[in-house]
Design a protein around this ligand. Structure first.
Ligand SMILES: [Zn+2]
Ligand SMILES: [Zn+2]
Length: 144
């Protein structure tokens, strides 16, 4: 696992500019890390990996919140009461894809390629603002 904080500097900078978020050093390092990772990360895991770049917890917390508000990152709570954070890829921002938890290794993944049907409430006056789908099973590496 690489630990240098800025191996995706151009991509991270472009995403921040598109979202009109000021590209501070901490935000670039955080977004670079999340872009490199293919699994959603816990706050603790992000903090540990960004430690070499000297980003403190408060700065990290604020940067994550800023990314969530800007729609760059989404939060996932897969039933263990722990928030994980992942970059929102492509046009399906937010929670418009299912999340998968492996019951053997406990890994949580974004199933970004799996498009969820949009659920209608069917009840007059009810507007659905968010929909989440959590799937559990066995991941490819645990199955092999
Ligand atoms: Zn697994
Ligand atoms: Zn996701």
């Amino acid at each position: 696992m690489k630990t240098q904080p800025d191996s995706h500097p151009a991509a991270a900078r472009r995403i921040l500019e598109d979202a009109a978020v000021k590209p501070t050093r901490a935000r670039l390092a955080l977004l670079g890390l999340l872009l490199r990772e293919h699994t959603p990360l816990l706050h603790e895991e992000i903090h540990a990996r960004l430690k070499p770049s000297g980003i403190n917890r408060v700065t990290l917390y604020r940067a994550l919140q800023c990314f969530v508000d800007a729609g760059i990152v989404h939060r996932i709570e897969a039933g263990d009461r722990l928030w994980r954070f992942a970059v929102c890829h492509g046009i399906h921002r937010g929670h418009c894809h299912p999340h998968f938890t492996c019951r053997i290794c406990g890994r949580v993944e974004c199933l970004s390629q799996c498009i969820m049907p949009v659920v209608e409430s069917g009840i007059p006056g009810y507007q659905i603002e968010e929909q989440e789908l959590y799937l559990r099973g066995i991941c490819a590496s645990c199955a092999s």
